[in-house]
Design a protein around this ligand. Structure first.
Ligand SMILES: C[S@@+](CC[C@H](N)C(=O)[O-])C[C@H]1O[C@@H](n2cnc3c(N)ncnc32)[C@H](O)[C@@H]1O
Length: 332
């Protein structure tokens, strides 16, 4: 996956103003803070240089994760398209760039973010967007710990933000965001055991509030993931030259790991299952690890299974297995 050209161009214009060596130092600081357990509510980004480094090394990865989550959500609610979006803990507006690339129907976007530096850089990026709603978006400088009930929006997103809030604030925010959602609430967190624990907790809370899960789970029953394991996915994204330099990285790509849940008020089309690991394609068979309505299962699909084998061979980690008889798989 690549960033859309207008976002890539705007990002490079902004980052040209900061020395590459400075970006590298601050990027290293940020990544150390991400890995070190810290007090919730303590800001991760603490200076204008941190914010620039976030743009250089984290925005491409969080964009890729949110875009993946929204693409899978779109497949589950294909008959309903959002026209309004609320994105909280918006940072530089990443989740709305991903939403605008997913749904051309988006007309109005509202961001909530507490860091004025982020808002100012987010506005600068959005000024170069080809999508009008990004250029015209409303930016609200607010603290999520004291957020008044937000106005209703079709799509509500919170990406990589729950982990910056303490548990009581997370619970209150999830309830508020669901209340504000007319269609979808999509939460994305890092693909770590901690990130997944937050997603699992929010999922249970949302089911209790009457939500249906649109993605990634193909069911609304209790999450079957065993303790010590965590449900996460990976999205490969290309690194630009500046991205590589800011990270001191050689590889031309990276794999962003993330966990997510999309809760829906709209009717949901359920796949047969969700692929939870890289499928192992062997001579004459494919081994799949799948989450389905009956829990987790390992499935071996042999060449002799005909259409099912051809479908299984093309599946990737994170993709939905089409329900038998749907467009993706005809019953064999
Ligand atoms: C890791 S960044 C994620 C940004 C963006 N959602 C993305 O995916 O790239 C977390 C953002 O949440 C914001 N944030 C953290 N705590 C907040 C709070 N209490 N109120 C408002 N924003 C907050 C931070 O300022 C930061 O911009």
């Amino acid at each position: 996956m690549q960033l859309p050209p207008d976002l890539r161009g705007a990002l490079e214009d902004v980052l040209r103003e900061t020395r590459a060596s400075q970006l590298k130092t601050n990027a290293a600081d940020i990544s150390r803070r991400y890995r070190t357990p810290r007090q919730p509510n303590l800001p991760l980004l603490r200076s204008a240089e941190d914010v620039a480094a976030y743009l250089a090394v984290r925005l491409p990865a969080t964009y890729a994760a949110v875009r993946h989550a929204l693409r899978e959500t779109l497949a589950a609610v294909a008959d309903d398209w959002p026209t309004t979006q609320l994105d909280v803990g918006a940072g530089p507006g990443t989740a709305a760039w991903a939403a605008a690339a997913t749904w051309s129907s988006l007309g109005a976007i509202t961001f909530v973010e507490r860091d004025p530096e982020m808002i100012s850089l987010g506005r600068r990026l959005a000024a170069g967007a080809s999508a009008g709603p990004l250029r015209k978006a409303r930016w609200l400088c607010e603290d999520l710990r004291r957020l008044p009930p937000p106005a209703p929006h079709d799509l509500v997103t919170a990406a990589y933000v729950l982990g910056e809030l303490d548990v009581a604030v997370q619970d209150r925010l999830v309830a508020q965001l669901w209340q504000a959602s007319r269609g979808l609430l999509v939460l994305v967190e890092p693909g770590t055991s901690g990130g997944f624990a937050r997603i699992r907790r929010a999922r249970a809370q949302l089911l209790g509030l009457g939500a249906q899960v649109a993605a990634p789970c193909p069911h609304d029953v209790e999450c079957p993931m065993a303790d010590g394991d965590w449900c996460h996915f990976a999205q490969r994204l290309e690194r630009s030259r500046l991205h590589r330099r800011s990270k001191g990285a050689e590889l031309g790509h990276e794999d962003e790991k993330f966990s997510y849940v999309a809760a829906s008020r709209w009717p949901v089309r359920r796949p047969e299952g969700r692929v939870l690991r890289h499928p192992q394609v062997r001579q004459g068979h494919v081994r799949l690890e799948v989450c389905g309505p009956d829990g987790l299962r390992s499935e071996v699909v042999a060449r002799s299974d005909g259409r099912r084998y051809r479908m299984a061979k093309d599946l990737a980690w994170g993709e939905a297995m089409p329900a038998p008889g749907s467009e993706g798989e005809e019953p064999s």
